[in-house]
Write a protein that binds this ligand. Structure first.
Ligand code: 4NP
Length: 149
């Protein structure tokens, strides 16, 4: 069983969307979870704007609660997707060994190989930022799902 973890900064905007989107494309043989490199939103629901855009697209993410990424996640998960370069750096700093580092990828490299693009943090932006983020993640998750199915 393949286990995939989506990681952003707060675990309330981007990674909850990535979790919900990827899960919707896979069978229950896969585990999909998300976490934040920061712990400020531990136990909280995703941001209202993420809940709203997911709902519009037919995905319910209200079962999710925020949690902080931990070193233990390297042993729990097979694939770890960072939303941006800053998340990637923070995750890699916690990696216990080279094998752990190999599990970590920038999510947009799935559709723009080697370009190292960020999924922009929509937290302080306009509401349409969430739809843009949704569409980027949907495309990236199509590619991930095709690869691991
Ligand atoms: P996310 O967005 O990393 O996509 O969940 C953020 C949400 C909250 C904060 C930062 C980023 N924050 O600093 O509280």
């Amino acid at each position: 069983m393949t286990k995939i973890l989506m990681v952003c900064l707060g675990n309330i905007c981007r990674s909850p969307l990535a979790e919900g989107i990827l899960r919707s494309k896979l069978s229950s043989n896969f585990t999909v979870d998300s976490a934040g490199t920061g712990g400020w939103h531990t136990g909280e629901l995703p941001d209202k704007r993420s809940i709203e855009i997911a709902k519009i697209k037919g995905i319910d993410i209200t079962n999710q609660r925020g949690r902080k990424f931990t070193k233990n996640d390297f042993s729990e998960f097979d694939l770890i997707y960072a939303m941006d370069n800053s998340n990637l750096k923070d995750i890699l700093q916690l990696a216990p060994d080279e094998n752990a580092k190999k599990k970590v990828h920038l999510i947009l490299n799935e559709i723009y190989p080697n370009e190292n693009k960020d999924v922009p943090d929509p937290y302080y932006g306009l509401n349409d930022g969430f739809e843009k983020v949704y569409n980027m993640l949907d495309e990236a998750c199509n590619s991930i799902a095709e690869k691991i199915k």
